[in-house]
Write a protein that binds this ligand. Structure first.
Ligand code: HC0
Ligand code: SF4
Ligand code: SF4
Length: 572
């Protein structure tokens, strides 16, 4: 530890702590904008300056040293912070009333906390360019404050590097290579740049109006489904603590919004396990295209297409769970209802921006119909609930509809890293042995280590060497180790977002201070695992509605019809 003096009060802190964090631990909230723990440490915005001796220093990168005397609230400090904030505000589109981040904007709260009541510098504005080219992400340069947090998320964390600083001085912008539209860049649509952005410069490509229109159309039967990770985060948009489970309230709210059926992607996840588990067993037997790599994360699929195109055959041919669910709604369920599938609209509520891109991919359609018509993020769903005036927090719990709305605990844990592997193991093990499994919780694949390796012995003596990876930076490192021949596996689960979908690019956005104070990944993951524990059916192959679907419609896993509707193939 080291001893420092903050505003005349001596305090002992862990060696290596920054002055910003040390002050926050003492209850002094130093404003900051460009700093984001683990993502960006550039000290470029200068709103976090403190006085150390005669000097003004940015506290976010200043490591506290023994004997340091720090002043956080002198006239010199306040004036410098206000000047920095004023400069940012003078070149910022200040349309806060119509900004999707209004009320959740870090520039707005810094400006408020510094008591800025008018913007003193006015003058020329730099780039005002908006880029709507991507179906997932919208970039609005008029709101960008050049903090670099998105650049850190995309480059340092995800190792995609689709966006970076370009030009110099007043003309500096965040741009793709050669200023191309984002849709033509190497962007994989993960939305981690949105999660990092303190303002409204990066947002999802909204589809709220499209969904309202579908609901209002008397000729459309509108089915909604919800991803596993949405239920453990949606409440945050209504002031509930991180890690609150709101499954029943969510189902109730969706019904009030006017959807005709409220289904659950967890059912689709169970179906994926049946198909992908069977695919794994047949690849293990043939020895071909191992390791089998999960294909349910569209960020990862696109990352493979850009970076490892010669390994695309390793991807599972399974469509992702919400796509499988959509395909079943427009075939099996349409048949049951006697409705023309052209008159069914499928809406997926996802924690993810990449799912918007996935939903539009031609590989994920059948007879010229997309399996899923619209994808909304958790944030967009919250916006619809607010627009409808629904008192979400006080809603009474309701259930999903049948038959595509009942999922097992195994399907639920898909939303956290390791979940797909654990769900697959629960089923594959029993399929091989024909015996019930004693322990169903595979703790080796749980937790937040970036790469988790594990070997499972099947009852017939075969082994499955598994790797669970989350975050594309980790995925790249592991893929490169495999290419060098240092690693080999039979099964690989990859999720583009650190922690899995629970921290996807469509989830509620926490400000930088809250995201370093709270372990959001762990809290949401804990909520997902407790959803699993609360279920009576915890294995995908025990889901009675899955059995019914195979008995009435699909035949058996990997059948001809299953291949036609539930599988696809990606080519570079
Ligand atoms: Fe996920 Fe999924 S688990 S990708 O993270 O596999 O988005 O939550 O819906 O489809 O089920 C996201 C989450 C899903 C899918 C499922 C998978
Ligand atoms: Fe980079 Fe992901 Fe943002 Fe695309 S969506 S620019 S890949 S962080
Ligand atoms: Fe989307 Fe989940 Fe993949 Fe993130 S990990 S890009 S939320 S599917």
């Amino acid at each position: 530890t080291v001893k420092i003096m903050i505003d005349g009060v001596e305090t002992e802190i862990v060696k290596g702590t920054t002055v910003l964090e040390a002050a926050r631990d003492q209850g002094i909230n130093i404003p900051s904008l460009c700093y984001l723990q683990g993502v960006n440490h550039s000290s470029s915005c200068r709103v976090c300056v403190v006085e150390v001796g005669p000097r003004l220093i940015a506290s976010c990168t200043l490591i506290a040293e023994d004997g340091m005397k720090i002043q956080t609230n002198t006239k010199k400090v306040r004036d410098a912070r206000r000047t920095s904030a004023q400069l940012l505000l003078s070149d910022h589109d200040r349309e806060c009333l119509s900004c999707s981040r209004g009320g959740n904007c870090e520039l707005q709260s810094v400006s408020n906390s510094l008591n800025i009541r008018e913007v003193t510098y006015t003058g020329e504005h730099s780039s005002r360019e908006k880029d709507y080219s991507s179906p997932a992400i919208v970039r609005d340069a008029s709101k960008c404050i050049l903090c670099g947090r998105c650049v850190g998320a995309c480059g340092t964390v995800q190792t995609v590097g689709a966006i970076g600083f370009a030009k110099r001085g007043f003309d500096t912008v965040i741009s793709t290579a050669f200023g191309r539209p984002l849709a033509e860049s190497t962007c994989v649509n993960c939305g981690q740049c949105i999660m990092a952005c303190p303002v409204g410069a990066l947002t999802e490509h909204e589809n709220i109006r499209d969904v309202w229109d579908a609901i209002a159309d008397p000729d459309q039967y509108v089915v909604v489904q919800t991803a596993p990770a949405v239920r453990v985060a949606l409440g945050e948009e209504f002031g509930l603590p991180v890690g609150t489970r709101t499954t029943g309230k969510m189902a109730a709210a969706l019904r009030r919004l006017g959807f005709n059926k409220v289904f659950d992607t967890v059912f689709g996840a169970d179906l994926t396990i049946m198909e992908e588990g069977t695919e794994l067993l047949s690849r293990l037997s043939s020895g071909q295209n191992l390791p089998l790599m999960t294909s349910c994360c569209p960020g990862w699929v696109k990352f493979m297409e850009h970076n490892f195109p010669d390994m695309l055959d390793n991807l599972s041919t399974c469509k992702s769970p919400h796509e499988m669910e959509g395909a079943m709604v427009k075939s099996y369920f349409a048949g049951k209802l006697g409705i023309d599938p052209q008159k069914i609209t499928v809406v997926s509520i996802m924690p993810c921006t990449a799912k918007k891109f996935e939903g539009a991919r031609e590989e994920l359609s059948n007879k010229d119909m997309q399996d899923v018509d619209w994808v909304l993020t958790t944030r967009e769903l919250a916006a619809m609930i607010k627009e409808a005036g629904i008192d979400f927090v006080n809603l009474k719990d309701e259930e999903f509809d049948n038959p595509l709305g009942v999922g097992s605990g195994a399907g639920t844990i898909f939303g956290a890293t390791g979940g797909v592997s654990e769900a697959a193991l629960r089923t594959v093990f029993e399929l091989v042995s024909g015996q019930p499994l004693d322990t169903i919780e595979y703790t080796a694949v749980r937790g937040m280590d970036g790469i988790k390796e594990n070997t499972v012995e099947l009852p017939d003596g075969r082994t499955i060497r598994t790797a669970v990876v989350h975050g594309l930076g980790n995925a790249r490192r592991l893929m490169e180790a495999m290419q060098r021949g240092e690693k080999s596996y039979d099964f690989m689960e990859v999720m583009a977002c650190a922690g899995g979908c629970i921290t996807g690019g469509g989830q509620p956005i926490l400000n930088a201070a809250d995201s370093s104070r709270l372990d959001v990944k762990a809290l949401r993951a804990k909520a997902i695992y407790s959803e699993d524990e609360a279920q009576t059916v915890r294995k995908s192959h025990h889901n009675p509605f899955i059995k019914q679907l195979y008995a009435e419609f699909l035949g058996e896993p990997n059948s001809h019809l299953a291949h036609e509707l539930l599988h696809t193939h990606y080519t570079a």
